[in-house]
Design a protein around this ligand. Structure first.
Ligand code: NI
Length: 169
């Protein structure tokens, strides 16, 4: 099932998500649906709040279907190590059409559970590091625009307000 993506302005994106405690077939189905929804939206990462579910769950595939082994499921993830700095344009499916350069750690290690509840650690660099941070941020009620200047953030918010008024958001 393809879920519609929740956009900026919806309060589900601003609140910390609830831990996942049940690792059953419903969770597996949800993960599958999240990958499908992410690909449909042409994204490389999707967090559950972005489909309106306040759960600590995210999926990532920075290769966009190129490498099946690159599919990553993060349940209850926590960033346990960061190092270096890397600046690159960043966007979000919940803030479509906008992109801004964001400085993030260049190398990141996350600790998370898989779809069966088994804990693992994963280290990523550059784009993967960015995705790990971006998606974990979502689960803490944080969007990438919280990492850009207030000036740029206000500009984006103003443009979004206009789009909302025009019925185009
Ligand atoms: Ni996002």
């Amino acid at each position: 099932m393809i879920y519609p993506i929740v956009k900026f302005g919806n309060p589900v994106l601003d609140k910390p998500a609830e831990p996942v405690t049940v690792f059953d077939d419903d969770l597996k189905k949800l993960v599958q649906d999240m990958f499908e929804s992410m690909y449909e939206a042409h994204g490389v990462g999707l967090a559950a709040p972005q489909i309106g579910l306040s759960k600590r769950l995210a999926v990532i595939d920075i290769t966009f279907k190129e490498d099946p082994n690159a599919k990553l499921v993060l349940v209850n993830p926590e960033i346990i190590h960061t190092e270096g700095k890397h600046r690159q344009n960043e966007g979000c499916l919940s803030i479509p059409e906008f992109r801004e350069p964001v400085t993030r750690a260049a190398k990141v290690t996350v600790r998370a559970q898989d779809v069966n509840g088994k804990w693992f650690e994963k280290t990523g660099e550059e784009l993967l590091a960015r995705a790990l941070l971006h998606e974990t941020d979502h689960l803490n009620g944080k969007l990438y625009i919280s990492h850009i200047s207030a000036l740029k953030r206000d500009l984006i918010k103003r443009k979004i307000r206009k789009l909302v008024k025009a019925g185009e958001w």
